[in-house]
Design a protein around this ligand. Sequence first.
Ligand code: AGP
Length: 613
Amino acid sequence: MCGIVAYIGNKEAYPILINGLKRLEYRGYDSSGIAIMQGNKISLYKSRGKVSDLEAYCADKNLSSTMGIAHTRWATHGEPNDQNAHPHLSEDSKLALIHNGIIENYLILKQELMNRGYVFESETDTEVLVHLIRDIYEKEKVELAEAVRLALTNVIGTYAIAILSVDNPDELIIAKKGSPLLIGIGENEYFVGSDGAPIVSHTKKVVYLEDGEVAVLNAKKALTIKNIKNEKKRPYIQELEMNLEELEKGKFEHYMLKEIFEQPKAIRDSMRGRLNVKKDVVSLGGIIEYEEKMLNARRFIIVACGTSWHAGLVGEHLFESLVRIPVEVEYASEFRYRNPIIYEDDVVIAISQSGETADTIAAVELAKEKGATVIGICNVVGSTIARLTHAGSYTHAGPEIGVASTKAFTAQVTVLVLMALSLARKKGQIALSTYHQLINDLESIPSKIEKILKQNEHIKEIARYFVGKTNAIYLGRGVNFPMALEGALKLKEISYIHAEGYPAAEMKHGPIALIDEEMPVIVLATEQETYDKVVSNIQEVIARKGKIISIVTESDTIVKNMSNFYIEIPQTAELLTPLVASVPLQLLAYHVALLSGCDVDKPRNLAKSVSVE
Ligand code: AGP
């Protein structure tokens, strides 16, 4: 997704801006740019490619300035090139603007502006904004912040913007609707970022801009914020829950590997203060006020995208098995447009690592409009979904930088387990023996993951088999079916090998036609009620010369002997299997991608947070 960094204060702006862009690279992008105020002119530098390319381009330039804006672009309208890169300038070069989001009515606005003689240099929707603001500023003779507010009342869509103006050399103007924007509060200086990453090394005092708000940042004055109705709003300063070392790779070659290895800690952190085995207590403070509504829910509707949707599928097994309340799991992008039937006694659970996924935000807003209770499971504190939902539980997995989600997924499943156990216990729906077995098993998950991580080299050897392959099929039954989907997504999104996840039984209804000696078939064959059925499915694959890579329980004696390769995981309660089975799938995808020469942390075309539709 696009990234925004801005600065105004008493320090050199360029180092803050360029290093801020590097902190946002993980969001995914294809070009970048910077605009700085230098006396009574704006100097602008932008280029296709990496931030390092921009840095090289700026190397011999005079970059002295104490205020500026900077942007990494993930192309939505117009291909990645220098013209479409941000910032965009007004025709008289007196105003520069950067934008994250989508102006849905930009074609209409563009035509109106062209009819008034404006000439566009780019194919972007963003350029409409810069001309519209400048047009209003000149015609209405109003303050720049007011011109911005008036212009935005014409806009349909989402935006996070930052603006420089030669006529206002002491002010940065920012505004937001639907895309995130934070203000870092320093000593006579302000920092702006799409998230905390470019801010945390400078200050931890932040203000989260709300939808419809416009802020004026003047280093010599207090921060002023106005809402869409032009009413002044008192800034609410919070503590940024992020620290610098969490943003560094440390001893690891890639963020993804670091985050895979952080899972024992991430799961412990997601259980901290919520699971007390000795006192036999599971409690989630963030939803306590809504527990009655959840216990009396007609049904749960889980809305999410991508890996978070897979966590939702695991949640379906957990809630239906333990709480005995019906669960529907919906792609947020489908749910929001199909005019779904939502009852007031429905409880919607929105799962999102970033808390900024546009489709999930829209699904949350729809559910709230229809009167449902909406609970959030997010990883980023203060994110849009976390602030939109009635209540929720953070996963506390720490910043997840690698585009492929790993520790956030297992932390999401952990929170879902805790929620299901807490509700099942309160509903009197679970036998005490089962409850005790599950909370003891849950407490042992981090050490079980540590044991699996010791097989990293073994899994790397298995990965060699996949290099050069163009397809793969993942199979699983029951709670392992979502794991087949998740394993396939991990492989395809970072190694670009086409991979499909299927219920093992479904293979006979079509995909078995794909099986030949070139087809790697990864089977989740852990100890579970339908284990024998999975063994039969493996035999069907072998009969057609398919190659078997299996994830098995350590004590397994059957599937190991049927497999070309296998990875053992410690025995665990069937419902908790995803917490341990995900680790070998993550490591396999990581090593296949690395051996295939792919950019593991920043896969092509992908963004960490899809904050546009
Ligand atoms: C996961 O590996 C992908 N990067 C992607 O599917 C991701 O899970 C999806 O975009 C949802 O993101 P969210 O959890 O931040 O809402």
